[in-house]
Design a protein around this ligand. Structure first.
Ligand code: AHG
Ligand code: MN
Ligand code: MN
Length: 366
């Protein structure tokens, strides 16, 4: 099919809206604004070490090098991308407020803009440690409803407004800035993928129904953390590594890009399982990835594509958040593998109850 005949993101959203005759079009407008932010970030990223002249004023005012609330150093492009998300979405009257990896507290929509009923939560640039080595990065977003928008229209948002489980998400997606720029989206009716047509600057529907294969022979984990893994994770990886002659009876391949959005994309395209599990590296951090703007949106996409997302102990989308920047153990991808990892966690828990001497946290832990 010639590219020009493909549906655009706008067309797709209008068709989806027909399923909800009462819908006002605000969600569609918000998603289109987010897609514009992603296009702008894609352009900024593409300038690399040359620096994007159109965002130089942002980098001049905030040169990066500061530490964000996560205790991680902000790259100039983290700040630029955060700013782009804010400026392209705050004006429209569709948002009640925003929260981002790069902002400690929720962002209040300033006057004179009208405040709307949706909350936007985002990781403006995921995998930003890969920027300097020219490896794929992305942006991740999640859209929630303001809990009591009808009762108190226009009020300030609080952290508590954002503490909704992933099951409450209205839409979620990510943009991937790789050899091509893509936008992957779910509005709760499956997962679709758009490719940015560089001639038109339009996202065109190229992947109308993305499904994650239930089985895989490919896993992704940062094995430099292996000494901190909990027993079920160690068992799973050991069995993968044992290959054909081990208990799984087949060989496995391994990948680690260190851009979760790129790993999620590979898994959506050809299957696989990703693990950044809870570990014992830092007792204050129950995992590496953040629940609200990394695990939940990717979890929603995986589930909508027929895959699965879990903490190992429970479905990610069922976790009730307690903090805006909360971290969580995360396992996602091909359904049968994720379920196997969940079974291994359940087995360990059962064994611990049966014999507390060998419990996960006991002296005799293996
Ligand atoms: P961010 O750049 O938004 O801070 O996220 C990076 C995350 C994620 O994308 C990736 O999977 C993980 O950090 C990589 O962690 P390691 O450096 O431990 O491999
Ligand atoms: Mn990230
Ligand atoms: Mn980030």
């Amino acid at each position: 099919m010639p590219l020009s005949n493909r549906r655009t993101l706008t067309q797709y959203l209008i068709e989806q809206r027909r399923r909800f005759p009462g819908a006002s079009g605000e969600l569609n407008a918000l998603i289109l604004d987010v897609s514009l932010a992603c296009k702008a970030i894609a352009r900024s990223v593409a300038f690399g070490a040359l620096g994007d002249p159109s965002t130089r004023h942002i980098s001049a005012a905030q040169p990066g090098g500061d530490t964000n609330v996560q205790g991680e150093v902000q790259k100039p492009l983290d700040i630029v991308s955060n700013e782009i998300f804010i400026r392209t979405t705050e004006w429209s009257g569709n948002l009640a407020g925003m929260a981002s990896e790069e902002m400690e507290t929720p962002y209040q929509i300033p006057g004179p803009y009208t405040r709307g009923k949706y909350l936007l939560v985002f990781d403006p640039l995921d995998g930003s440690s890969n920027i300097d080595v020219n490896v794929s990065v992305g942006s991740i977003f999640s859209i929630l409803r303001l809990p009591d928008a009808e009762r108190e229209p226009g009020r300030d948002v609080t952290e508590a407004d954002f503490l909704q489980s992933g099951a409450q998400q209205v839409a979620a997606g990510y943009a991937l800035y790789g050899p091509v720029t893509m936008l992957i989206l779910t509005v709760g009716a499956g997962v679709v993928g758009f490719t940015l047509d560089p001639n038109l600057g339009e996202f065109k529907l190229t992947h109308p129904d993305i499904r994650v294969p239930a089985d895989t022979q490919e896993f992704a984990i940062n094995s430099s953390n292996s000494r901190f893994w909990e027993p079920p994770v160690k068992r799973y990886v050991d069995e993968c590594l044992a290959g054909k002659t081990g208990p799984r009876g087949k060989d496995f391949n391994m990948r680690w890009i260190a851009s979760m959005v790129a790993e999620a994309h590979r898994i959506l395209m050809r299957g696989g399982v990703f693990l950044y599990p809870r570990d014992t590296k830092d007792p204050k951090k129950p995992g590496r990835l953040r629940l609200l703007y990394e695990a939940n949106p990717v979890g929603f996409i995986m589930e909508q594509a027929g895959g699965r997302a879990s903490t190992g102990r429970q479905p990610v989308l069922g976790v009730q958040p307690s903090e805006l920047h909360q971290r969580v153990g995360l396992v996602f991808g091909s359904r049968n593998e994720v379920e196997r990892i969940e079974r291994y966690h359940a087995d360990t828990a059962t064994r611990d109850v049966a014999n507390p001497l060998f419990a996960e946290r006991s002296l005799f832990r293996d």
